[in-house]
Each structure stands twice: as C-alpha cells, then as structure tokens.
Design a protein around this ligand. Structure first.
Ligand SMILES: [Zn+2]
Length: 336
C-alpha cells in the first residue's frame, strides 16, 4: 500500500513538474554573443564574478553540457541542473569582462561586452512592411501561413475571432482551455485561424516530412525548417505536396475547404515547434512588431477582444457544469 502511495506521489511530482517547467534548447556562441534558446525558462539576476558569469534560469530543465570556445576572452560555457527547478549556465572568461543581456521570446542573448541594438535584424527587415503577418524564431523568418491573408484579417480571424460554439470549439489562442466543460484539463497546443476556401502556404522554407490523416486532425502536413524547427498545418481538406518535397516560404502546401477532423468551423490549426515542442507564436509576432506603432496598437486592441472572449467562455463553462451536475450529471460523460 505504502509503495503504491509513493509511486502515486512520484507520479504527481513528475507530472506537476513536467507541466510547469520549461526547458533549455540550443546554446551557442557567435559574433561575441551567447545565444540561449529556451521554452518558458525565466532568467533571474545573473551573478557576476571576476571571471565567471552565472545565469540562473528558473522553472527550467536541462541535461548537463559544455562547449569550448575559441575567443580571446571567453573560455567555455557549461550548464547543468542546479536544483529541482533551476538551471545554471556558467560562462568562464580568461579575464575580467563586461556583458549585456537582451531577451526576445524563447531566446536570451548575452553580448560581450554589449549588444549592438541598432543592428537589430527585425527593425531593418523590409518584410515587416509587407501586409502578411510575420515573425522570427532562431533568426528564421516565418509568415502566417494562409495565402493572401492580410494582417488585419489575420487578427480578426485568430485572437479576434469568437467561434459560434465558443464552449465546445474553444478559443483560438495557444494554451486555450479545451474540453474543460467535460472536466478535462487539456490545453490547446496550436494557434487557430478561422478561414475557409483558402490555400495554406509554408510558413518558412523547409522540407515536407509528414503527411497524415485522422479523425481528429483531418489531413495535416508537417514541415522541417533546419535548426530543430518544425511547423504543423492541421484541418486541411487537400494536401498539395509530397513527402520529401522542398518548399519555399509562401509556397502552397494544401487547402482548407470546410471543417475537417474535430474542427467545428473551417480553420487552420497551426503549430510552431522548436525542438519539436509547440510554443505560442503570438509573443513572437508581438516582438516582431513591438516598435511598429500601428500594428502594435492593433495587436493590443485584439488582445482585449480575446480577454473578453476568455471571460465570456469561462462563465459559459461554469454555468454549463453547474447545470449539468444539478440536473443530469449521470449523462454528462456518456453523452460525449
Ligand atoms: Zn487548434
């Protein structure tokens, strides 16, 4: 009995940790800059010693690793789990040093001695002035993968969109609650864009690595984009590429016509997966346009629409569950 309880506690511990902790991705050194890719790790105040820089990343998990550096000042970078939820990244220098940190979604950059901010790739990117919504991850440029969909339309049809059945269909954003009205804690791992009779295009240059079909997804395509980056396109009616095919950003890969799989309304379920783990593309979009006044303003406006939708949906779910449990609780699970 005791053993059983222990296993149960262990399971709880692992489960709760797994669902909250982020993890480290790639770390590399280039052009006097340490780049740290991560998913949901939080950088705490660095500890500066004469020849060591310690970067504590909270809510983070990683295997121990080290890289040797050939640089006049920096000797090596190593990292390991420091305690249950903190990873320490330690940069060892050969003499006293200066540094500066910048952060963007899923990435920290430590420049030695300082970051040249006016050389920002994003600010000088002419693509940003195009009418398709873009974002960057690991220095790779992505676009919202629906052909001809303009920025305003995208915002209206993603975070600005309220599905007809807000409760059963769920809201479009990443991390949205799904099936909570049935008592499940499933979270939405992609980003939904509601559109019909439209071509789906590659979000970035890549290779088709998977084409499948099932009852939940309908037809879907997965692309690989180098640097451990993947994207997935779900709820397609038609797939217009083959396995192994190379595609350019903006090239047609499939088409949405009607709702497929478990989709209630026609939509693209889009996932971006560094290291094959889904992340929210929205912070990347916000970051890409952070100093673009007009677009940043629109994003803020649509985020308010989304918060209102979330509130409305939470109320619907609460009322539904209250009603279900008081009148016909026995039928709640057997019906669906
Ligand atoms: Zn979805």
């Amino acid at each position: 009995m005791l053993k059983k309880i222990n296993y149960f506690l262990l399971f709880l511990l692992l489960f709760s940790r797994g669902s909250e902790a982020g993890n480290l991705g790639e770390i590399f050194f280039e052009n006097a800059m340490i780049t740290i890719h991560h998913n949901a790790c939080q950088l705490k105040s660095p500890l500066k010693e004469k020849r060591k820089l310690i970067l504590p990343l909270d809510k983070c998990a990683s295997r121990a690793q080290k890289i040797a550096i050939s640089h006049p000042n920096l000797k090596q970078i190593h990292w390991a789990q420091h305690d249950r939820q903190t990873v320490w990244i330690v940069a060892t220098f050969s003499k006293d040093y200066q540094y500066e940190i910048t952060s963007s979604p899923y990435q920290y950059r430590i420049c030695i001695p300082f970051c040249q901010k006016n050389q920002s790739i994003m600010r000088h990117n002419p693509e940003r002035e195009s009418s398709t919504m873009m974002f960057m991850l690991k220095d790779m440029l992505f676009q919202i993968p629906l052909q001809g969909m303009l920025i305003d339309e995208f915002l209206e049809r993603s975070i600005g969109f309220v599905p007809q059945d807000v409760m059963k269909d769920g809201l479009p954003h990443f991390g949205a609650k799904r099936d909570d009205w049935l008592g499940s804690s499933r979270k939405h791992k992609g980003y939904d864009i509601y559109a019909n009779n439209i071509n789906v295009v590659a979000a970035a240059k890549g290779t088709v690595i998977k084409i499948r079909q099932n009852k939940i997804a309908g037809r879907y395509v997965k692309l690989y984009h180098d640097a451990q980056l993947y994207t997935v396109y779900v709820h397609l009616k038609t797939v217009l590429v083959e396995i192994g095919q190379q595609v350019k950003r903006g090239e047609i890969i499939g088409r949405i016509e009607g709702a497929t799989g478990n989709a209630v309304e026609p939509q693209l379920h889009f996932e971006i997966k560094p290291y094959n783990q889904s992340v929210d593309p929205f912070p990347l979009i916000e970051h890409f346009y952070q100093d673009h006044r007009q677009i940043a303003y629109k994003i803020t406006k649509y985020k308010k629409t989304l918060s209102a939708s979330i509130q409305k949906r939470d109320e619907n779910v609460k009322n539904f569950r209250l009603r279900s449990f008081s009148s016909h609780s026995n039928h709640l699970y057997s019906n669906y």
